[in-house]
Design a protein. Structure first.
Length: 159
């Protein structure tokens, strides 16, 4: 197989991970594992949350694919592991750094895309309960938030 093929696999896995993350957020985090996700929706003063354990759901398959692909020289597994890992890095940067600002860099990015992500996530956290939440995606959010963010950006306002 060519390098282009494996790059395409990495990109495809990255894209599919948005659907996996959406499904996991809606049906697992706001479903049977709400007990781990609940503290993420409640005000608190501690740095770590039980919700942080969810990184294992994605880190374990990624690490397994990376290790197995490397140890047994299976480039397809390595590409799959890289796609999951790259999505995890983006998830961390968007969710923990940009949106929740748990780490103090990437502050004040006044880009309509990032503004839309922040707005959709605020809508998600508006409801602090398990049911009736909205906007479960991370990198793709409903179009109305992009439109609203673009108007805010043009008017030089922030959310």
């Amino acid at each position: 197989m060519s390098l282009f093929f494996y790059a395409l696999v990495v990109l495809s896995v990255f894209v599919v991970m948005e659907t996996v993350a959406w499904f996991t957020h809606k049906y697992v985090m706001h479903g049977f594992l709400w007990v781990l996700h609940e503290d993420h929706h409640r005000p608190h003063t501690h740095f770590f949350e039980k919700n942080d354990l969810f990184f294992l759901i994605f880190a374990v398959p990624s690490a397994t694919c990376l290790m197995m692909g490397t140890l047994f020289h299976v480039p397809l597994l390595l590409a799959i592991g890289l796609g999951i890992m790259l999505y995890g890095i983006c998830y961390f940067l968007v969710h923990d750094v940009l949106i929740h600002r748990r780490f103090k860099f990437l502050d004040n990015l006044q880009n309509p895309y990032f503004m839309a992500l922040r707005k959709a996530h605020k809508i998600h956290h508006k409801n602090q309960e398990k049911e009736e939440a909205a906007c479960f995606g991370m990198l793709l959010v409903p179009l109305r938030f992009y439109k609203e963010a673009y108007q805010m950006y043009k008017n030089k306002k922030s959310f």
